[in-house]
Design a protein around this ligand. Structure first.
Ligand code: HEC
Length: 118
């Protein structure tokens, strides 16, 4: 064995705890990063964040300026609801519902899924 490789092995032995902890830390960090990035949007969070409940009652809670949304997925198709959220004036030119065109497809999907829960 060359002198250099012996030195390397000694170094690894000396710092093995450190190297091991570093690798564990790195994989934990990677898992957290993956979890944050791939987390599916939560419809109930979006519903509250966007203020939908200020105008709509859903499952017994919320405002009364807009129609009750409990069971809306039984009355309307997902496509119709998506359009209503993004561009309410397309269904009713005098609609008082604001446009939520800033929402992503994923967020709208999550909202519709949430509205289908009872
Ligand atoms: C400022 C009040 C207001 C806010 C905020 C609001 N809406 Fe509305 N929404 C209405 C009104 C009023 C209607 C009735 C239809 C119309 O006027 O166009 C309506 C209609 C709807 C309908 C159709 C219901 C039906 O049975 O025809 C859906 C679905 C809907 N809103 C979902 C949402 C969602 C989801 C949000 C949040 C992203 C939201 N609304 C935010 C006022 C609001």
């Amino acid at each position: 064995m060359t002198h250099e490789s012996q030195v390397m092995i000694e170094l690894i032995h000396k710092y093995k705890v450190l190297i091991f902890s570093f690798l564990i830390g790195l994989s934990l960090l990677a898992m957290v990063a993956i979890g944050v990035v791939s987390k599916a949007p939560d419809g109930s969070v979006i519903f509250r964040r966007e203020g939908c409940s200020g105008c709509h009652s859903f499952r017994g809670r919320g405002g009364g300026a807009g129609p009750e949304l409990t069971g809306v997925t039984a009355r309307r198709t997902g496509r119709w609801i998506r359009e209503e959220i993004r561009n309410p004036k397309s269904h009713n030119p005098n609609s008082r519902m604001p446009e939520f065109s800033h929402l992503t497809e994923g967020e709208i999907k999550a909202l519709i899924k949430y509205l289908g829960e009872r």
